[in-house]
Write a protein that binds this ligand. Sequence first.
Ligand code: ADP
Ligand code: MG
Length: 710
Amino acid sequence: QQKEQAAEKAVDEWRKQAKIESYGIRSQLSMQEQRESLPVFDKREELLKQVQENDIVVVVGETGSGKTTQITQYLAEEGYGNKGIIACTQPRRVAATSVAKRVAEEVGCKVGDEVGYTIRFEDVTSDRTIIKYMTDGMLQVEALSDPDMKRYSVIMLDEAHERTVATDVLFALLKDAVKRRKGSLKLIVTSATLDSAKFSKYFFDCPVFHIKGRTFPVKIFYTKRPELDYIESTIDTVIDVHVNNPKGDILVFLTGRDEIDTCCETIIEKMSVLYKSDPKMAELIVLPIYSALPSEMQSRIFEPTPEGKRKVVLATNIAETSITIDGIYYVVDPGFVKVNAYNAKLGMDSLIVQPVSRAQADQRSGRAGRTGPGVCFRLYTKNAYLNEMSANTVPEIQRQNLSNTILMLKAMGISDVLNFGFMDPPEEDTILSALDELYILDALDVDGNLTKTGKYMTSFPMEPKLTKTLIKSIEFNCSYEVIIIIAMLSVPDVFYRPKEKKERADKMKSKFNDYNGDHLTLLNVYLKWEDSNFSKSWCQDHFIHEKSLKRARDVKRQLLSIVENLDRKERRLDSSVRSCKGNYDLIRKTFVSGFFKNTAKRASNHGHKDEEGSYRTLVENIPVYMHPSSSLFKKHGVDYVLYHTLVLTNKEYMHCITKIDPKWLILYAPRFFKQADPNQLSLTKRRERIQPLFNRNDPKEKWRLSRGRR
Ligand code: ADP
Ligand code: MG
């Protein structure tokens, strides 16, 4: 108690001194001075020596110590760029692009020249590029065609503590590549916090290099009681900090774009009231940051805050370790994060919001102590922190659907995927269900070998269900439209729904609605935009995010060029890209061939009045609900549907829904559904006349799939 009080007092003192001295100092330094002020700079020679003497080095260092932006430059300055590209992987697209921009600025070149980046559907590199930031997913794809990574002289697997599936796979692949290329490929595994002994052991007992960061103490406040509405208390906390506390910027951690946008709007609203009532009130600059944000908006968070103002940055967990913003003194942490997790109950991945781990909570509060002593407001109780949160984040590989990963390993000729050298192997059952999914999608044959379809699938940077749909669309002569729909599905929501004009926005949206569902609605939007000659004002008039559509257009071009390349490779005479010329049923059938597992049937009501939009999944018979944003919401006669994703909020909501005919399931997913045998089924099932084929439960089948013939 006494110690705590003393510490509290010390922090207060610190804050009083620090508030003028250290605030905003970095931004006044020259670029070179900024670089030299980073903790990693003092270790430059020592680090380069380690890299020269060892093929693999694990680097552990505080967030913001300069690992991501500096180490690549040191290596380039040392001449590693002459022998190949210096690559640095990031788990997140935003991190890859924003860091590349920063480093290009430091080097003094344009992005895409000496310093570039590669993320899915976007390659900003050239022949001159020697430092390349990329998502770990993109490097994983490159491993397919070049398992030895011959283009690279150094690969830095950054943010290894995030333990994404792609990074975990690269751990194993690169470990072997380094061994094969003896001395000519260096691997650096970098992380903010990690179990360095475990990492070193996995990488042939390699050395661990520590970079000590400069950190200041952070005073942590908890709530007395659990918060009922964390959004509301986040907003209150931010405004309270702004009104009642000395200067310093605020960083808020939220779970996603919707939350961030709502909070931004509300804070701006509340502030405008305060400005009116108190003309002396300092301005609060409100800035969002999340992956879907256009990049010029993203760079605004790094601009120094003007004197006399304060900024608040509302971020997803990208600001936890991958992006460092200087000048943050206050952190507001509601304690939640959105993750993509395998839901055993539903037999598929879905997005869920869950409490962060203690390690994550500590990373978040640490963000407040980089420029001077800071304060972190945890919007949960101390008891929750100590007793309810898990100590560490579970590696993604142990909680996600692995079909994409397994397909890739199979394509690399690794047939015995059950014994692949993962650092923390996933449950056997996860691998088996991935194999099973690939088998029913016709990517593997019964012996677990890659089929022609499977091989074709590996050319596309998408999940197998979508790739299968695309391949089927070629057969069904509707690939042109399906490519547009896939592009639209891969970008952030195109519909814009401002708070004060919701009704008008909804009315505009309903003009695009197709009575067969959302996939076709998305197609309509794109085609109408094309008709308007890609007009900006058309987007504004129709409450459409132009940025999302432009991205969709880029994705569409990418996919078209992949298909055209494959045509050329297979020496096809006529193009695979064809339009269905208005025969939209073909499109819906095509989607059934990939998404047959994502299907549901309207819940029967047994004489009771059922809840609006309530369905049950065909495979697991789990209750799911139609999201009110669907163009099929409250429409009659929608008995069977296919959906793109499930999102769990207070209920399991289906997003992007299309009406289907159950007969199509038997026709286009014959490895999964069969005509039900009337004698074996209950009365209700007999009416349904379809039945999932469950061969999964036969252990012999499973083993055959997983081994494969070589
Ligand atoms: P680490 O990888 O060790 O966490 P970084 O290399 O990402 O550290 O960050 C080092 C410094 O570079 C930080 O002080 C950060 O604020 C700054 N920085 C990184 N990206 C940008 C950017 N886009 N604009 C301005 N400063 C940046
Ligand atoms: Mg970093």
